[in-house]
Design a protein around this ligand. Structure first.
Ligand SMILES: Nc1ncnc2c1ncn2[C@@H]1O[C@H](COP(=O)(O)OP(=O)(O)OP(=O)(O)O)[C@@H](O)[C@H]1O
Ligand SMILES: [Mg+2]
Length: 271
């Protein structure tokens, strides 16, 4: 591949955010209540970026704006050259709650194959893809079940399999492993890192778990407490993959980020 072509490809899915704001409005124009305000961020193509922040600070709101589900109130938000105005095939979301995204009238397999069927993929090929991803998320043999027959963690894994089967360039993940037991969670984290490294997808992953953030991301954006939340600081995580909590340097980074949160809590307390 020529270097020009590579540069063009790499720019294709770059996410650029400048002065981004979101308000749900208020009774009087002088009293606007911003959920997020002045968010600035560039996530380059192929990067694994973490959004870390306290509950209610606006992580899901920001992710849903990148997905095109929530309209911005101001600022700039582009993917590649295009302003984000609606959802697109290049971006797929794994939601915080699997319940709201699975089709209850379709089996597990039907859910995973839905997008592929809409895209015109033939049955045999669909079967191959759904088998691969159901196996990957530990649900081989469960393809014939309906969502109501599954536990919360299993539903979450179906959602992940469905999104991965669609092979989007950008994966937007909203606390996708929050409902899983500790062991399954660790397995899924490892699998996600492996898939990301193999496929070169761009991942934006929301969590409020510092350890999870450090196991996964190349950069960790810390969101400030809302309202008017923004990305207060970005930490680089240069630790090599696959990562381990016992790796040298892991504890230091953990303490630095935890210290950051404690400082912010302190400021809130003093007010
Ligand atoms: N449709 C809406 N209308 C009005 N306010 C909303 C709406 N959606 C979210 N909010 C508010 O925006 C703020 C941020 O919500 P958001 O769900 O983005 O937080 P979060 O960081 O994802 O929290 P959590 O970690 O608990 O998931 C909250 O104060 C919430 O009440
Ligand atoms: Mg959320």
């Amino acid at each position: 591949m020529s270097s020009l072509k590579r540069a063009q490809d790499e720019g294709l899915h770059t996410i650029q955010i400048e002065g981004l704001r979101k308000t749900y409005g208020s009774a009087s124009p002088g009293d606007l209540h911003y959920i997020i305000k002045d968010v600035n961020l560039v996530v380059r193509s192929g990067e694994f970026f973490i959004l870390l922040g306290p509950s209610g600070c606006g992580k899901s709101t920001l992710l849903n704006m990148i997905a095109g589900f929530v309209a911005k109130s101001g600022g700039k938000l582009t993917v590649g050259d295009a302003e984000v105005q609606r959802p697109g095939r290049d971006r797929a979301v794994v939601f915080q709650q699997a319940d709201s995204s699975l089709f209850p009238w379709l089996t597990v397999r039907g859910n995973v194959e839905f997008g592929l069927r809409m895209g015109g993929m033939r049955k045999a090929e669909r079967r191959e893809v759904s088998d691969r991803y159901l196996g990957l998320v530990g649900l081989a043999g469960h393809g014939g079940k309906f969502p109501k027959e599954l536990s919360g963690g299993m539903k979450q894994r179906v959602q992940l399999a469905r999104v991965l089967a669609g092979d989007p360039a950008i994966l937007l993940m909203d606390e996708p492993f929050g409902a899983l037991d500790a062991m399954t969670r660790r397995t899924m984290q490892k699998e996600l890192v492996r898939i990301w490294r193999e496929t070169n997808k761009t991942v934006i992953f929301v969590t409020h778990d510092i350890q999870e953030a450090l196991l996964l991301g190349q950069r960790i954006g810390i969101m400030s407490r809302g309202p008017s939340s923004n990305i207060a600081h970005i930490y680089d995580n240069p630790l090599p993959y696959p990562r381990d909590v016992a790796a040298p340097g892991f504890g230091e980074l953990y303490n630095a980020i935890q210290g950051h949160f404690e400082e912010e809590e302190g400021e809130v307390d003093r007010l």
